[in-house]
Design a protein around this ligand. Structure first.
Ligand SMILES: Cc1cc2nc3c(=O)[nH]c(=O)nc-3n(C[C@H](O)[C@H](O)[C@H](O)COP(=O)(O)OP(=O)(O)OC[C@H]3O[C@@H](n4cnc5c(N)ncnc54)[C@H](O)[C@@H]3O)c2cc1C
Length: 483
């Protein structure tokens, strides 16, 4: 019998994950990637002795990665070394005024009591519910193919929905438990990972608070890029063939289209730019009406000294996030005083910077589709770096020895990202699960999709799950052709 083939377009984390499951099931797999290495947005570069992860920096949901490798009788430690961060992250509230968020739920509850005496008792129920939601959301719902609303009609899900506060917003859910403004902001923070805001998202997603506290923040030594390198190694051991610097376009797509094709490159780009109109599942207007995750402006900065006022992960709530969210989702414009995030991974892994130096990844979220010019980047560089120096109370601008910026135009060029967005489609209520673009083409029988714009949504762990979901669907539908 002829071995059935799957051609995968894109070697992002979702495409890499799918390649492993499909190869293990007996398909012949070829992966075509436009860039020179695997990992997609989980990319990196090196310059002047500094190594910068270009995209993701938070390693959350470690169980998802562990479970992924376990499917192949492997463990994370077969591919990279993980380090748990004892301080998950630092929150700056204003000038030299910060709170360190510790790893582990018990430590977090002690912090909660320090911010609002007696709150740990109230939060006990909040975190039990978050854990229960996590179990259902990540281990069950996130593995559904999202092909029908009936997937929700399982007794287990219905019981869970009815037993807890699932449909109010995350914000109102949190406000029922605690009054302290800082504690409220800390509890709202994990929702930003879904590409939306706490007042726009249903409290089913409070499972992210379990991820933040009980599961903690980790880091793969060598940098985030170790994850795609590890999965590529696994895929190659299963027989997957990679073709880098191989962009698929309207001109060469037909060469792949006789077999099953799995699309990992950006959904909107593939549909609108590579497929003919009659083969597209969604119209141009459909995409225009979607809520995109934010875009980001990033500065990769090498500093010729160590900064004692920073932890590995640092977030800035010195200005209210709500105005930033308004300027991203409601009236898109360059933000007045944006939320700032700094990763200094050299704090955890000094090999990522020259001796006594720091590799800073400084980013702000902005609305997708904004005009991105050198003048604007320059203006924000001055604004943001001065603000950071002022808040952390430590000078570093004069010690910068390397810098590079990255924004909307780069995302469009490097990843064919729709309007330069960073993380795909936001996980709002109306864009959740079966309401997201489908993993199966509605027009072409041989075409399937994975990645951050379909189920389950944005993020590295979810990309890995997305590859698993779509593979299971392909394997189910092609079982008769497999040995
Ligand atoms: C700045 C930033 C920060 C982030 N922070 C975090 C974080 O801290 N934690 C976290 O978990 N997640 C984070 N994310 C999100 C996470 O990186 C993504 O959700 C995830 O990596 C997406 O994987 P994917 O496989 O869906 O898509 P991608 O990574 O975009 O992969 C798609 C691949 O398709 C390729 N491609 C595109 N067009 C073509 C074509 N025509 N032909 C061939 N190949 C093509 C692209 O080059 C790319 O390699 C962040 C993302 C960004 C950008």
């Amino acid at each position: 019998m002829k071995v059935p083939k799957v051609n995968i377009i894109g070697a992002g984390l979702a495409g890499l994950s799918a390649s492993c499951f499909l190869a293990q099931a007996g398909f012949e797999i070829n992966v075509f990637e436009k860039n020179s290495r695997p990992g997609g947005r989980a990319n990196f570069f090196e310059a002047e002795g500094f190594k910068f992860d270009m995209g993701p920096s938070w390693y959350w949901l470690p169980d998802v990665f562990e479970n992924f490798f376990a499917n192949f009788n492997k463990s994370v430690t077969d591919f990279y070394d993980l380090k748990k961060l004892e301080t998950s992250y630092r929150v700056y509230w204003g000038k030299e005024d910060f709170t360190d968020i510790p790893a582990g739920l018990n430590n977090f509850l002690k912090l909660a009591d320090a911010l609002e005496p007696g709150s740990s008792q109230k939060l006990d129920g909040f975190f039990k519910e978050a854990e229960m939601k996590y179990d259902i959301a990540v281990n069950d719902i996130c593995k559904e193919p999202g092909l029908s609303p009936f997937e929700f009609l399982k007794l287990k899900y219905l019981k869970a929905f009815l037993s807890c506060d699932s449909l109010s917003s995350v914000r109102s859910h949190i406000y029922k438990y605690v009054k302290n403004d800082r504690l409220r902001q800390i509890l709202e923070f994990p929702i930003l990972f879904l590409g939306t805001a706490a007042n726009h998202t249903i409290s089913l997603y409070s499972f992210m608070n379990h991820a933040d506290t009980a599961l903690s923040t980790w880091f793969p030594l060598g940098g985030i890029h170790e994850i795609p390198l590890g999965i590529q190694k696994l895929a190659e051991s299963l027989g997957v063939k990679f073709h880098f610097n191989s962009e698929i376009s309207k001109n060469n797509f037909n060469e792949l289209n006789d077999d099953t094709v799995l699309i990992n490159c950006d959904y909107q780009y593939f549909e609108q730019n590579i497929l003919e109109k009659e083969s597209q599942s969604y119209s141009e207007n459909y995409w225009k009406s979607r809520t995109l995750c934010p875009a980001v402006l990033v500065f990769y900065i090498g500093v010729n000294k160590q900064l004692k006022s920073l932890e590995h992960h640092n977030i800035f709530f010195d200005y209210p996030y709500d105005l930033n969210a308004h300027e991203i989702y409601s009236v898109p414009k360059w933000p007045s005083n944006p939320f700032i995030y700094i990763s200094a991974s050299s704090k955890t892994d000094p090999s990522l910077a020259p001796a006594n130096s720091e590799n800073l990844f400084i980013s702000i979220p902005i609305a997708a589709g904004l005009s991105d010019t050198e003048e604007i980047r320059k203006e924000y560089r001055e604004k943001i770096l001065t603000r950071i120096e002022n808040v952390i109370g430590e000078k570093f601008i004069d010690d910068i020895i390397y810098e590079r910026s990255y924004c909307i135009n780069d995302f469009e060029k490097d990843y064919h990202s729709y309007q330069g967005n960073a993380f795909g489609l936001a996980n709002t209520l109306m864009q959740t699960h079966f309401l997201r673009p489908s993993i199966k083409s509605k027009k072409m029988e041989n075409i399937y999709y994975c990645g951050h714009s379909t189920v389950p949504g944005p993020g590295m762990p979810t990309a890995v799950l997305s590859g698993e979901i779509v593979s299971k669907q392909i394997i189910k539908e092609h079982a008769k052709n497999l040995h």
